[in-house]
Design a protein around this ligand. Structure first.
Ligand code: CO
Length: 145
């Protein structure tokens, strides 16, 4: 497994609009993307940038709000009514190689690689195989560095 940059931390929220106010007014975030729906995943998503070093992209916060009919994020919010940390996403140079490596180590990869919120392929690994952390693996966007 070739560990890359921590791309983003996924934070579930009952209200992206309220979370945007929090990250802007309490945390001082200045670059907050326009929220958009990902109907295939059943979520509305909004990225909050943190500054990186030397003009590179910093790690982002991915705000996730369930769309109607999304049972898994809705269930998370039932257990965590304020929302909270949902997953961590690491970049890798080659998504298919990473999937094969995780599976060879007996880790449960959840589904086939699919296009994620950044337009590159992603997959998730079961939290019970990852020290309790739902882990998203994402192919590094081309031309990002
Ligand atoms: Co994510």
């Amino acid at each position: 497994m070739k560990l890359g940059r921590l791309n983003h931390i996924g934070v579930a929220t009952p209200s992206i609009a309220d979370s945007i106010v929090f990250y802007r007014d309490v945390m001082g975030a200045t670059t907050i993307c326009e929220p958009f729906d990902m109907p295939d995943q059943g979520v509305k998503v909004c990225f909050v940038d943190t500054p990186g070093e030397g003009g590179t992209n910093g790690t982002q916060i991915e705000l996730i709000e369930p769309l109607p009919g999304n049972a898994s994020i809705a269930g998370f919010l039932e257990r965590n009514p304020q929302g909270g940390q949902h997953h961590m996403c690491y970049e890798v140079p080659d998504i298919h190689a990473a999937k094969a490596e995780f599976e060879a180590m007996g880790k449960r990869v959840l589904g086939e690689p699919r296009i994620g919120a950044h337009g590159t392929l992603i997959f998730f690994v079961h939290p019970r195989d990852m020290g309790g952390v739902l882990t998203e693996i994402m192919e590094t966007p081309k031309g990002d560095h």
